[in-house]
Design a binder for this molecule. Structure first.
Ligand code: SF4
Length: 317
């Protein structure tokens, strides 16, 4: 039995904007085992990236975690001081952003940035240089990259550097927020191969945040499908691939392009909900082809329909 490294319980996140309160994440719960990759899948505005930020307790303002627990190796990170959080970010939990420029300072060489990052976590300069070399090689780059400025590297190389920094302190959990979206297709595959390889080699646990259900089904061990801040469906990858139940998950799957398909993929009609003023009942009902009167009035609970397979739909079986 693999140990559990992360438990999220009843997480609620809201953005308090001048035009109203956005309910970004509503009552989300899940757990992650050592060596597991959980994909959090959904359209823009589904709350998936907010979950990523919440896991590091760094939801950008005017957002705030209003309720819940995030237990990382048994410690509720929502109870930690800013100083304690600074220590665990990078060493216990780290994040790889969509755009590696978010992580890398364009004015400084990779070597200096990498060493400084490690020294901030209490590693002396000599060891920091050794670790930087080791992890730059672990992500398939040569030591020469350490002497480069970010603008001298390709998008794929920059993302490899971000990944090297994110894993260099052997954190319990790595959050990868759309790590390949800004890259071209060939490099996307290389980066996902690298992440899968790191997961295997170091038994790292990953939260993969993505809009791409196909990528989730290909790479992750388990998948959590989000819509309008709520979990719609959650299951192991194998279970979900053979038994998709929620109408939203099915719609996402049907809208994937297929190589042999001669017709255009089916697209989900309508728009994601306005989270300042979400619809009553099932949040998906305005776009759901199976919506009934009950769906317009009553919110479905997330229920376990078979072992480890959870669905939020009145008609799930
Ligand atoms: S509860 Fe109703 S509206 Fe919601 S997904 Fe199920 S059938 Fe569709």
């Amino acid at each position: 039995m693999l140990s559990t490294v992360l438990i999220v319980k009843d997480l609620w996140v809201k953005y308090f904007t001048s035009s109203g309160v956005i309910n970004a994440v509503s009552g989300v719960s899940f757990s992650l085992s050592r060596g597991e990759m959980l994909a959090v899948v959904g359209e823009s505005g589904s709350g998936k990236s907010t979950i990523g930020y919440a896991l590091l307790n760094m939801v950008p303002k005017p957002g705030r975690i209003v309720k819940g627990e995030i237990l990382l190796d048994g410690v509720n990170i929502l109870k930690l001081s800013e100083e304690e959080l600074r220590k665990i970010r990078g060493s216990k939990i780290s994040i790889v952003f969509q755009d590696p420029f978010t992580t890398l300072d364009p004015l400084r060489k990779i070597r200096d940035q990498f060493i400084e990052f490690l020294m901030e976590h209490g590693i002396d300069k000599n060891n920091a240089l050794k670790i930087a070399r080791e992890y730059i090689e672990a992500v398939g780059l040569t030591e020469r990259v350490l002497d480069s400025y970010p603008h001298q590297l390709s998008g794929g190389q920059k993302q490899r550097v971000s990944i090297a920094m994110a894993i260099s302190l052997n954190p319990s959990v790595v959050v990868a927020d759309e790590p390949t979206t800004a890259l071209d297709v060939v490099v996307q595959k290389q980066i996902m191969d690298l992440i899968s390889d790191i997961k295997r080699r170091y038994s790292s646990s990953f939260i993969l945040i993505t809009h791409d259900l196909a990528l989730a089904l290909e790479r992750a061990d388990s998948v959590m499908v989000m819509y309008g801040g709520y979990v719609m469906e959650m299951a192991s990858k194998n279970e979900l691939a053979k038994n998709m139940v929620h109408p939203y998950t099915k719609a996402l799957f049907e809208s994937l392009p297929r190589i042999k398909q001669r017709t255009l993929p089916k697209y989900l009609t309508g728009y994601p909900p306005d989270l300042r003023n979400p619809p009553p009942g099932c949040i998906f009902h305005p776009r759901c082809p199976f919506a009934s009167e009950k769906c317009r009035i009553m919110k479905p609970e997330l229920v376990e329909i078979s072992k480890g397979h959870f669905v939020a739909c009145h008609f799930a079986r």
